[in-house]
Unconditional design. Structure first.
Length: 80
């Protein structure tokens, strides 16, 4: 982890396109401004983790869905 010291109004460049600027410092709360191209997603970490978990859950089939799909894909028996 890179640790930097910045004052209000000072910025950090990430690559060529992302600028993070310290807007305000009040006690233990820091307001940051982030300027990035629209194709780069910017989320708070906790929101990003929730999105990842929701996407993983949506992409994982439930046991019922697997059972139903297995039954649909089972070849019909010759006696039917």
């Amino acid at each position: 982890m890179l640790v930097l010291t910045r004052r209000t109004g000072e910025s950090v460049m990430i690559g060529d396109d992302v600028v993070v600027t310290v807007l305000e410092v009040r006690g233990d709360v820091i307001r940051l401004g982030i300027r990035a191209p629209r194709d780069i997603q910017v989320h708070r970490e906790e929101v990003y983790r929730e999105l990842q978990a929701a996407n993983q859950e949506a992409a994982s089939p439930s046991e019922d869905a697997v059972r139903n799909l297995t039954q649909l894909l089972r070849p019909p028996s010759a006696g039917r």
